[in-house]
Design a protein around this ligand. Structure first.
Ligand SMILES: CC(C)=CCNc1ncnc2c1ncn2[C@@H]1O[C@H](COP(=O)(O)O)[C@@H](O)[C@H]1O
Ligand SMILES: [Zn+2]
Length: 357
């Protein structure tokens, strides 16, 4: 049975800004996908990291390759997107920015375009049913090189103009040990000047210092992970200063980093460093399916690890609204939603609280 504490984190209204679609597939959805393709011989342990387990980065990226084999038709994609959106809604998320990489699949022809349209269709499909604002980021997988990156940007631009505000930005992700961002700069610059917002995976592994310096010149609108930015872990004060001066929010994914072993433990997560500086930090799940988590759990873990009061947790979730890519009018609506929900969230509804009278 859910205890009061768990109920608080689930009821807490939340914003999810860093969620990779194909990494977010839940156990029940994955079971349906596996059953549809028995010839692939996939076991569930090949697509998710269970409690207490960890994996190397290589092993994690191998998991994505298996997941991609399971999700290779429009039908699969539609089911996955619908389920992921619904699960986020049930987890108390009120605003979701989902991201995904266009992919070309042999038997589906020009899969790229189809993929995006399917996702957008699914997102629209849910709109009538769940109270969840949704936006979409088109992802560049760095492994695919500069030409694909440029094509992806062109496609993202087209969709931004024709999707009625659903496509708001571009993500840069993929195995951080493969390729170099200098080759991708023209595509990223083009995206920026077209008005796409940039959410870039940055300093995810310790060897990316030069890349990070380069990417910060763009600059990005948000940073994914930023694990090795600060001097204590091999980054530098100059990098920290650049991020602070630009007031660039960090998307922080605790369980992803612990299970993927880029940070040694929850206690040592860089959330602490940036939170103490008062820098905008947004807790995110990254790949809730692969890492066996959800956003409520991530908030709960941050609170228990770093001793945050429920009041502080509320503030953390509310401040995430300021970091979304949707326009100001959506921010205002979300702020109102937070205010409306506040009396119903156990633990923060005390009217005598001096911060909120
Ligand atoms: C340890 C580990 C893998 C952590 C997660 N950190 C990540 N770092 C970089 N790219 C990622 C990460 N998680 C997911 N992705 C990207 O998202 C893709 C899966 O979602 P999608 O197919 O874009 O819908 C992966 O193939 C990869 O390109
Ligand atoms: Zn990520």
């Amino acid at each position: 049975m859910e205890d009061e504490n768990e109920a608080f984190y689930r009821d807490l209204p939340k914003v999810e800004l860093h969620a990779h679609l194909n990494g977010s597939v839940s156990v029940p959805t994955m079971e349906r996908l596996i059953a549809r393709k028995p010839h692939l011989n996939v076991q569930h342990s090949m697509t998710a990291i269970h409690k207490g387990q960890r994996r190397t980065l290589d092993e994690c990226f191998h998991m994505f390759r298996i997941i991609h084999q399971l999700i290779d038709s429009e039908e699969d994609l539609f089911m996955v997107t619908k389920d992921v959106v619904k699960e986020y809604a049930l987890d108390g998320v009120k605003y979701l920015e989902l991201r995904s990489t266009p992919r070309e699949e042999k038997h589906t022809g020009p899969y790229w375009v189809m993929l995006i349209w399917s996702i957008l269709a699914a997102i629209c499909y849910r709109t009538a049913e769940v109270l969840l604002e949704k936006r979409f980021l088109v992802a560049i997988d760095r492994r695919n090189g500069p030409e694909v990156a440029m094509e992806t940007v062109k496609m993202a631009e087209d969709f931004m103009l024709s999707s009625d505000g659903l496509v708001v930005g571009l993500d840069l992700s993929g195995d951080p040990t493969v390729g170099h961002c200098r080759d991708l700069m023209p595509a990223l610059q083009k995206a920026r000047s077209a008005g796409l917002k940039l959410a870039l995976h940055l300093s995810e592994v310790p060897t990316q210092r030069e890349e990070t310096e380069l990417l910060l010149t763009l600059p990005p609108d948000r940073i994914g992970h930023g694990t090795f930015l600060h001097p204590e872990v091999g980054g530098s004060q100059a990098l920290v200063d650049a991020v602070r001066q630009g007031n660039i929010p960090l998307e922080l994914c605790l369980t992803s980093n612990v299970k993927g072993q880029t940070v040694p433990s929850y206690e040592k997560h860089h959330f602490q460093y940036w939170y103490r500086l008062g820098h905008p930090c947004v807790l995110c799940a990254d790949d809730k399916g692969v890492f066996g988590t959800d956003l409520s759990q991530e908030y709960q873990l941050a609170a228990s690890t770093f001793g945050l009061s429920q009041e502080a947790v509320w503030t953390l979730s509310e401040q995430a609204i300021g970091c979304i890519f949707a326009p100001e009018s959506v921010k205002q609506e979300l702020k109102q939603k937070w205010a409306d929900l506040r009396p119903f969230v156990n633990g923060v509804s005390n009217a005598e609280d001096p911060l909120f009278v």
